[in-house]
Write a new protein. Structure first.
Length: 677
RNA sequence: GGCGAGGUAGCUCAGCUGGUUAGAGCGCAUGAUUCAUAAUCAUGAGGUCGAGGGUUCAAGUCCCUCUCUCGCUACCA
């Protein structure tokens, strides 16, 4: 393995429109923190960079909803996030933010460099523009009627009623949410980064030179590269963000995905004047810790940016994790389905390391994983309390009892003692090997094995019996037990820093550098120990039930039955209604449209004729089972081609909040062609 | 539908380039033990390795088909 002079470790910038939750922690911040603490302990030159990602449309939306400025929003969450990380013990060297002055300058510079090098292409497109407000509208700022479900308040990028993703120009009767006026289409110029230009380079760099990346990361990249890369817009018409620093770009800002990763660079600048050493020297090893949703940006887009700029190094590895679920369901900020870090810290004071432990032991390294409170409790009680805490307590209590808290001498070592000592070194090496390869859960398991070793050593040597007959032998046994404890203090530090601190206090000793561990001579004979307290305490059922109850309440609130029906749409005249020609028809034929998930091709006898209708119902119905059924069909809707099939009308369906569809059909059989009015 | 990742003991996961009776932790059962937060230590039960084919002397491990879960993507009049 190549030896590097220094390390630059980045953790994904949390988006400042909400607090951080256990999913973020397990996927990114805890593993990155373990990695960095380990490197520091090894004496490596390492910096750990993070900060809030504060630009982008969602933040402006939230600000508008609350009637405050975007700056107010990001100030609020930046503070909460930063404090929660600090309280939790995530040891960033700097936690910066993308609204900082340094970042504005850095991102602008970066853009200008690429611009001057001719690395962008310019493209003019039509976008919705609000004449009254005098600005272009992001998709999210436009509402209108969803062409799919008729929901009158669909957004320009997505209809929240039916979940369809839309493009703003699809909306019927578009309206600006800023002024309420009808937006007009207007030409606007934007800059694009031609990723396709870097495709060959990226293919070679990732597919050939980085076969050692995690399979999920490598596979995802390969998928993108095989599909072929497209130019990506780097600017947007928006008033929140970093102004595009060229003439004729008034009212345009850098697209948030472009400025966010540059945040790593600007944060480094804020940390040290020596920042270029970390970003431009080939002897620096750069590692990005991210979640799987960020793979494309960090493995393809950002490297393409850095490559285009020319003077930067590229990441050596991007150990992306999968997602963490909570009690079987996907974590969701908007549905409040999460364990929020700042709330956890309030509910479980002093138990930072318990969460670190559980999230690392159950980290979604190779596939999505599930966090359950029952597992949280079990890991605390059966592993932290019973194995680690208990061993430390045994060694300490026995030493106080028999030797007044003084580290006894080693009188002589037998084979069994020697084996135990060798085992300490073996475990340490195993942990190193796991950490170097980003296998954090495995590393943690080995770390706990050290405490297991201690428990077994005590159980096998039985000092509480020998003390009656052979005090010298007991001296050796407790010396070794305490040496294991001292090793734990150092080896556990990357994983459980607060626990490591406590162990230092118990032992009245300063944890050593990593390379000094793995031996049985960390504590000197005669060294005086402090009185220990409990390292971990049991978590009782009541506390777990409290958390489960909290989640149950959230679930109740999210229950479709308690979600209010959409408000009534605006009034229409009878004349408007009578324009719709809805008939009863019978399904004569039905077949799935190949290569689609939702589309079904239907032949309908409308009484007027027999016609083809394509409908998005294939997820809920099997073709054979609906043939012969009578349905309601809107027959005078203008035809439209779907997957090459002309659809002549629309089947009326009722849809609930979960998106489940059901047919609307006559209560009793009636002739085809009967009018519905 | 396309692409990617995954489906191994009740639960959470290891199993590298195919090679003797498929592993670990938790949980469970039994025994030992009492220094310790009834903690610990030992032993054991428990798996047709998603399903079905194929290659091979030999497959959890390679190939094909199917199926389920998650993600990206197309589609939803």
């Amino acid at each position: 393995m190549k030896k590097f002079k220094r390390y630059l470790v980045t953790a994904a910038l949390p988006y400042a429109n909400g607090p951080v939750h256990i999913g973020h922690l397990a996927g990114v911040y805890v593993p990155a923190d373990i990695y960095v603490r380990y490197l520091r302990s090894k004496g490596e030159d390492v910096i750990y960079i993070c900060g809030s990602d504060e630009h982008g449309v969602p933040i402006t939306i939230k600000a508008r909803q609350e009637g405050v400025s975007p700056q107010d929003i990001v100030d609020r969450y930046h503070k909460i996030i930063k404090k929660a990380f600090a309280d939790f013990g995530i040891s960033f060297d700097i936690y910066s933010r993308t609204t900082s002055k340094t970042h504005y300058e850095t991102a602008s510079e970066f853009f200008k460099t690429l611009y001057n090098k001719g690395e962008f292409i310019e493209n003019t497109t039509n976008q919705y523009y609000d004449n009254e407000a005098g600005q272009f509208l992001a998709d999210r700022y436009i509402t209108g009627t969803c062409p799919h479900c008729g929901n009158a308040s669909a957004y320009g990028d997505q209809c929240e009623n039916c979940g369809t993703s839309l493009s703003a120009t699809d909306l019927i009767n578009p309206k600006s949410t800023i002024s309420g006026s009808e937006p007009i289409l207007k030409e606007t110029k934007h800059w694009f980064l031609p990723l396709d230009k870097h495709e060959e380079f990226l293919k070679n760099w990732i597919l050939k030179e980085h076969k050692n990346w995690k399979t999920n990361v490598y596979g995802q990249c390969k998928s993108w590269l095989d599909q072929g890369l497209q130019p990506r817009a780097v600017s947007r018409d928006l008033d929140w963000g970093i102004p595009v620093p060229v003439k004729g770009a008034e009212g345009k800002v850098l697209y948030v995905w472009f400025d966010a990763p540059i945040g790593y660079i600007s944060a480094t600048k804020d940390l040290t004047a020596d920042w270029e050493k970390y970003w431009k020297d080939k002897e620096t090893k750069m590692v990005h810790f991210i979640g799987k949703d960020n793979i494309v940006f960090h493995c393809i887009v950002f490297p393409a940016m850095l490559k285009a700029e020319g003077s930067f190094i590229l990441p050596d590895n991007v150990p992306a994790n999968e997602f963490l679920n909570l009690e079987g369901d996907k974590i969701s900020t908007s549905r409040n389905w999460a364990v929020w870090l700042h709330e956890y810290l309030e509910d479980f004071p002093g138990k930072e390391d318990v969460l670190r432990y559980v999230l690392c032991a159950n980290a979604p390294e190779t596939k999505d994983n599930d966090f359950t409170w029952k597992d949280f409790q079990a890991r605390n009680n059966n592993e932290l309390v019973a194995i680690l805490g208990n061993f430390v307590n045994r060694a300490m209590v026995l030493t106080h009892k028999y030797f007044n808290g003084k580290v006894p001498e080693i009188t002589s070592l037998n084979e069994y003692d020697k084996n135990a000592i060798v085992e300490i070194a073996t475990i340490k090496e195993a942990i190193e090997n796991s950490l170097e390869n980003y296998r954090f859960r495995e590393a943690l398991k080995y770390a706990i094995d050290l405490a297991r070793l201690g428990n077994k050593y005590l159980a096998d040597t039985e000092p509480w019996i020998l003390i009656k007959t052979d005090e010298n032998r007991v001296k050796t046994i407790l010396n070794i037990s305490l040496q294991i404890t001292a090793n734990l203090a150092t080896i556990m530090e990357p994983f459980l820093p607060h626990t490591s601190k406590k162990l230092e206090e118990f032992l009245n000793f300063q944890a050593l550098k990593w390379d000094a561990t793995g031996h049985a001579d960390l504590l000197e004979t005669g060294h005086i120990l402090n009185k220990p307290s409990l390292l971990f305490e049991k978590i009782e059922d009541e506390e777990i039930e409290k958390q489960l109850l909290k989640l149950a309440k959230t679930k109740e609130q999210n229950n479709p039955k308690s979600i209010n029906a959409n408000p009534q749409k605006e009034l229409i005249s009878y004349e408007d209604f009578s324009k719709l020609d809805i008939r009863v028809g019978t399904i004569l034929e039905a077949e799935k449209v190949p290569k689609t998930k939702k589309l079904m091709k239907l032949l309908i006898d409308t009484g007027i004729d027999k016609r083809t209708v394509v409908s998005g119902i294939a997820e809920f119905f099997e073709p054979e089972k609906i043939i012969g059924k009578q349905v309601s069909i809107l027959v005078n809707l203008e035809p439209r081609k779907l997957k090459g099939i002309e659809s002549q009308g629309m089947i009326l369906m009722a849809e609930n909040a979960d998106g489940k569809l059901t047919f609307v059909w006559p209560a009793e059989n009636i002739e085809n062609g009967a009018e519905i009015k």
